[in-house]
Design a protein around this ligand. Sequence first.
Ligand code: HEM
Length: 279
Amino acid sequence: MNDEDAPKSRLVRRHSLVTRLTHWVWAITLFFLLQSGLQIFNARPNLYIGHESGFEYQNSILDIYAVNRDGVLRGETRLFGRVFDTTGVLGVSGSAERPQTTAFPAWATIPSYRDLATGRVVHFFFAWVLVGTLAVWLVNALLTGHLWRDIILKPRDLRELPRDILAHLRFRFAHGRSYSPLQKLAYFLVFAVAFPLIILTGLTMSPGMNAAWPWLVDLFGGRQTARTLHFVAMLIFVLFFFVHVLMTVLAGPVNGLRSMLTGYYRTRPEEFRSTEEER
Ligand code: HEM
């Protein structure tokens, strides 16, 4: 093959305006939801399974607390009965002179001081922003074919998935027009599992929704289990966030960020075949 026949690196349109706008709204929204959620959690830093919660029940799976051990204030976390010393981060934080006895430290919550009422206002505001933006994303994704083309895994994606996982493990990333199979899987799980789980478990905790949709409480096995699953979904998002940003950096942060800001992505078909062109 001579140079003229060689496939060229090309700038292609990868993300629509709606995809880009909704993406950045989620990134900001999830930050506020996380920090205000931890403020609300701090008001009752225990997680339970089932319908009951309270001092008379022994059904907690997570407790974060401060305890005085031989005159020294320590922060401890009990997870499934196992106790961990988490002084400095969970239970007790702040400086030695001014220790703070909250489950999550001031820097992780909104507001940074103890204020459940404000935390709830911030949390519920951004929760509806998230739901609204997701609805806009879904309508756009259905109308433009983004959902079917880029998010839903086809049999071919599933066949190529093991190879793509191996390529990721070797830090070899596809730079085709569309997402690679592993990327599709990650985003599919975000839209089909993580977002629905965090929204539905959030709604399950709302007394208004309990009256309107009582089946939600049964679906999640009680409000306390829903609260625990809401917390787990939050952890999934935190994990996704770190892996997602790491992948963006490893795969080429300038190209990735340009595509999520301007819509345009530089494909490198000489290194990797464009999945779209193959179809
Ligand atoms: C928790 C916050 C975030 C969530 C839930 C999230 C989720 C997503 C999702 C679902 C997509 C696919 C969107 C679609 O195709 O419709 C995506 C793409 C993308 N995200 Fe994020 N994201 C978050 C934060 C970030 C941050 C902080 C960065 C910056 C490093 C980032 C960079 C990107 C890039 C560059 C893409 C496009 C990847 C590509 O074209 O290959 N994201 N993100």
